[in-house]
Every structure is written in C-alpha cells, then in structure tokens.
Design a protein around this ligand. Structure first.
Ligand code: GTP
Ligand code: MG
Length: 491
C-alpha cells in the first residue's frame, strides 16, 4: 500500500439503484476532482471540509461532490465523494478520467486499510466494518455495531493494562536479580493473573454464541430416512430447496440455507437420513449428518408419527446419545400428523413446547401423539427447557410457526443471558485470545512453581503480543493483506 498515492473506486454497486458514488482519497484528491469536474464557482481545493458542490463533467454527467479534509474523513486523508447517475457507462467514464488525471484504482478494502493506518480505527473495528456491511439480521447488526464502536478494544485495553502492570513488577525484579530481591508478592501476582485469565475465558467462551450470531445459528435437521426432513426444510424456507421424494435415502449430502426468524439468522442444515446402509456414498452422507449434529447449536430431530412407537424410541435413543444437552437445544418434531386418523387443523392442543395437553382426549390423533410423547419423556425429560416436542405437518404447515418460535425463543434467551457483555465473533480474535490464555496459564504455573522471573516475564510478553494482534498494534503486512483482501472494492 502506497499512502502517497491518491486512490479511487466506486463505493456503490454498479448497475442497481438510481445514484452511484465514487470515492477518491489521498493527498491529491481535491486537485484531481477539480481537474475532472467543472464548477460554476470556486473549486474543491478552495472549499472547506463537509462542503457539497454541484458540478458538471462535460459530455458525461452532472454530479454532486462532497468534500472532506484530512483528518476529518473516513480514511483520515483529503477525500471527495462524487455522486453521479448510476449508469455503468457514466461510472466507468468517470473512473477513467480520474485515472487519467492521477488517481490509481483502489485495492479491495484499501479505504478502510488507510483509515486503520491513519489511526481512525483499530484493526478489530476495521473488521467490524466488513461485518456490518455483511450483516443480514438485527442480531448480527448489533454485534457488528458493538465491535465497530470499540467493544472488544475496550476489553483488550483493560486486559493489557493488567498484564503490563504484572510485567513491569516482574521486570523490575529482573534488574535487581543479582541481589535476589522479590518486589512482587507472589500471591498478589497469581491473583492478578487469575483475574486476567477469567476475563480471557469469558471472552473465548462467548465465541460460540458470537460466531452463531454473525454467521447464523447452526440448526441441524436430523432423523431416520423418509421422516420428512427435506420437506420441513423447504416448508420453513418457503421454497423448494431440497429434493423431496418417497424414496428412503433421497438426501445424500447436507444442504444449508440461511433463514431469519425474529431478527436472528439461522443456518438450517438438512442432512442425510440415518439408517444402516451398505451404500458407500450414503454412508459418507450419514457420517456428515453426525458431524453436523455435533456442531449444531439446535437440533431438530424429525420423527414419522406413523412409525411404530418402539422404532421411534430407538431412533430417539440413538440421537440423544449424540447430543450434548448442556450446550445444545433439542426439538423433537413429530411429523406427518396430517396422516393420523381423526386429525384436523383444530387439533391445537397437540404436543407443543415442553407441555402437552390431554384435553380433547378422545381424539385418536391426539391420543396417538400423546402416546409417543409419553414414551419419549421417559428417554429424555421434556421438563428440561432444553428439550421440547412439537407435533407438526411439514406438508400442510401445521404448527411450523411453533417450531420457529421454539428456535428463536431459545436463542433470544441465550442472547439475553449474555446481556451487554462483549461477544467475540471473529475467528482471528478467538485464536489470538486462546493463544494469550495458553501463555498466561504457563506464566501462572511458572510463578506458582517459582520459575526464574525472566522466563515467566517472557510468557507474559507473549500474551501481550497475542492481544496486540487483535487491535493491530502488532501486525504484519501479510495479516493486513489477508484481512483487507476480503473487503469489497470501494470500502
Ligand atoms: N403426509 C405427509 N407427508 C409428508 C410430510 N412430510 C414429508 N412427507 C412425505 O414423506 C416423504 C419423504 O419426505 P422427505 O422430505 O424427502 O424426507 P427426508 O426425511 O428428507 O428423507 P431422506 O432424505 O430420504 O432421509 C415424501 O413423500 C414427502 O412428501 C407430512 O408432513 N405429511
Ligand atoms: Mg431428505
């Protein structure tokens, strides 16, 4: 990156909307704009920051130019934003003229990279810019905004100052090592380290939820073959995404789609039906089902209510043995209730949530569902709010809104538990925090076992290094190149 150069790029996507905007940033931004745009009065170079000027680019378009003066701009440099009509021809022509008068095309993310280089934001905030642009749900927008406003940076500042205190205490001791002086009270050092470690643990623990919010909460739809998993996926999405057929073993690979419920993004994952099979490809698919099941935050286990109860119980036992109810939500979906004798859409009191009703006890459809739920309750307690049973028809849509509700309520409760605490949403940050945590643990055991001070302070310095990589106080061109290359052009 050459900061001495002035860069330009379209900041809006070409070909949609009525207006496009081209950004120019760098030492010659105002002079270059003056060469391309004709103003009736004055020039960009003679205008104050935050001025809006109307101008003409002869034979091309009428434009509006916003002027920003360093350091009061996004990049911290002199910048202009030229708004023109959204014609791909006009945008192309303006970019060409800007290039002819001295601007070079910007690389992906180069505006934000300059903002970082000029101290307008730290690296975690720059990454939040990309998250904000990509956010597609209220919850992911909220965590991106929190990070953009310096949420994680503030946490790291606190941690760093704790560690710097400990390090300087220990290094003072090093200067006097000949004299075997112990300045620092070991117990005090250990308790300081413990508090830093628990702070780090809270942050690394938040990654599971943070990552789910940013990328969509993973929800695996699992169950025996032909129970209606793909039909359920399609019904929830409202589109024919996965192939549905009466042939058992239709879905071979996993199918993933994003789906918003109540402002939370979910990643619904349809999987291959579980059964004993000698088919090699199908069994690879089933291995994947188990993988997705383990990684999911919520699991929708689908059962065909027309199957014999004993078979359903054995399917449930198999699934329960693979679920971790401490961290995963399990929703038992009793599907195809429309096929039960006596069923009609007024069977509202059928199993929903963790409570089911035995009112209307003479209706054979409700009796059949209650019989299954009673047996299921002996295998996995439905009183636990992590587990619920819902009778649905993926085909008719019966009770699907209750299923969506169960998923969103569970996530809302998780988010509410996290409160206003900072959530780690970025894998790079998570890795750096985990590395810092590992080296701090080493330092802690070093102090406890009276390892020489210089070795312990080396661990502490290493932990500080890892924390510094998150905000970019310590970074390399390679890391920066990697982060900003994922940005779009013009950002
Ligand atoms: N009557 C009725 N039929 C359903 C319902 N859900 C699914 N089906 C039918 O059950 C059959 C299997 O449906 P799929 O959605 O392909 O089932 P699957 O669980 O994805 O099957 P595999 O991918 O083979 O494991 C199809 O013929 C569906 O039309 C339902 O709620 N009611
Ligand atoms: Mg399927």
């Amino acid at each position: 990156m050459n900061i001495a150069k002035t860069i330009c790029a379209p900041a809006t996507s070409v070909g949609s909307g009525a207006v496009s905007m081209i950004r120019v940033s760098g030492p010659d931004a105002l002079a270059i704009a003056d060469r391309v745009v004709h103003f009736r009065q004055g020039s960009c170079a003679s205008s104050a920051g935050y001025t809006l000027k109307f101008g003409t680019v002869p034979d091309v378009d009428d434009v509006l130019v916003s002027i920003f003066r360093a350091p009061h701009s996004y990049t911290g440099e002199d910048s202009v934003e030229i708004s023109c009509h959204a014609s791909p021809y006009v945008v192309e022509r303006l970019l060409q003229m800007l290039a002819e008068t001295g601007a070079v095309p910007a690389e992906p993310g180069e505006f934000t990279r300059r903002a970082f280089a000029n101290g307008k934001m730290d690296l975690s905030q720059a990454e939040a810019v990309a998250d904000l642009i990509a956010s597609s749900s209220e919850a992911s927008h909220r965590v991106a905004m929190h990070q953009l406003k310096g949420g994680i940076s503030t946490e790291l500042q606190q941690l760093r100052s704790q560690l710097v205190d400990i390090t300087s205490l220990m290094e003072l001791e090093l200067d006097f090592s000949e004299e075997e002086v112990e300045f620092a009270d070991r117990n005090q050092l250990i308790s300081l380290l413990d508090s830093a470690l628990s702070h780090l643990r809270r942050l690394t623990d938040s990654f599971r939820l943070g990552n789910a919010i940013r990328r969509g909460v993973p929800v695996a739809i699992v169950g025996a073959t032909n129970t209606g998993k793909s039909t359920l996926l399609n019904a929830l999405l409202g589109e024919d995404r996965a192939i549905v057929s009466p042939v058992a073993g239709t879905t071979r690979d996993t199918v993933e789609e994003l789906f918003n419920i109540d402002g939370i993004a979910f990643r619904l994952i349809d999987t291959a039906g579980i059964r004993e099979t000698s088919d090699e490809i199908e069994s690879i698919g089933i291995d994947r089902t188990f993988e997705k099941l383990m990684l999911a935050d919520s699991i929708i286990a689908v059962f065909d209510v027309c199957s014999p109860v004993e078979r359903l119980c054995s399917e449930l036992r198999d699934i329960v043995s693979r679920v971790n109810l401490k961290s995963q939500q399990l929703v038992l979906v009793l599907n195809k209730v429309d096929l039960l004798a006596g069923f009609d859409e007024t069977c509202e009191s059928m199993a929903t949530g963790s409570i089911w009703s035995i009112e209307n006890g003479h209706n054979p459809a409700i009796l059949a569902v209650n019989k299954i739920v009673t047996k299921f309750n002996k295998i996995v307690s439905l009183a636990d709010n992590k587990v619920s049973a819902i009778a649905v028809s993926a085909k008719s849509g019966f009770h699907l809104e209750r299923l969506s509700h169960a998923l969103s309520e569970h996530q809302k409760a998780r988010i509410a538990d996290a409160g206003t605490a900072t959530l780690v949403t970025n894998a790079r940050h998570f890795n750096a925090l985990s590395a810092a945590s590992r080296t701090l643990s080493l330092a802690r055991s070093g102090i406890a076992s009276r390892t020489p001070t210089d070795l312990v302070s080396q661990d502490l310095r290493e932990a500080l290094y890892h924390l510094g990589t998150i905000t970019g106080e310590i970074t390399t061109d390679e890391v920066l190149g990697n982060i900003f290359s994922k940005f779009c052009i013009g950002k």
